[in-house]
Structure formats: C-alpha cells, structure tokens
Design a protein. Structure first.
Length: 75
C-alpha cells in the first residue's frame, strides 16, 4: 500500500515537470530543424598527429589558442 502511494506521488510530480510544449516546426536555420545542415565532425585526432604551435608562433586553426587581448595575457 505504501509503495503504491509513493509511486502515485512520484508519477504526479514527474508529470508536472513535463508540461512544456514542443513547437510543431522550427525555422530552417535552427539546429533542431530537419532541414538544417548537419554540423561537421571535429578532427580530434589532429592533436595526436601534429605538434601544437610554440608560444609566439601563429596558431592557425588550433581552436582555443587564439591571441588574447592585452589585458588577458598569461603572467
């Protein structure tokens, strides 16, 4: 009996969390749209195959190694 009450209360609480509506359609340029272009896969093996640029060298396409502004230099 007590287990049934707990299940009913839990289901009613969880049911209240899922009341948000989902739109019937998305704009074509939205990532959730079926017409949207699929995102490219990142080349994660690049970090194993190539040496990273040394400090002061051009960073090229290495994401996360962009030049920082003057106020954000490493100490």
């Amino acid at each position: 009996m007590q287990g049934t009450v707990i299940k009913v209360v839990a289901m009613s609480l969880l049911g209240g969390c899922a009341t948000r509506r989902v739109p019937a359609s998305f704009p074509e340029n939205a990532p959730a749209s079926e017409a949207a272009v699929e995102a490219g896969l990142p080349d994660v093996g690049r970090f194993v195959r190539e040496e990273p640029p040394l400090p002061g060298d051009p960073t090229g396409n290495w994401s996360g190694l962009e030049e920082h502004s003057e106020g954000h230099r490493a100490r």
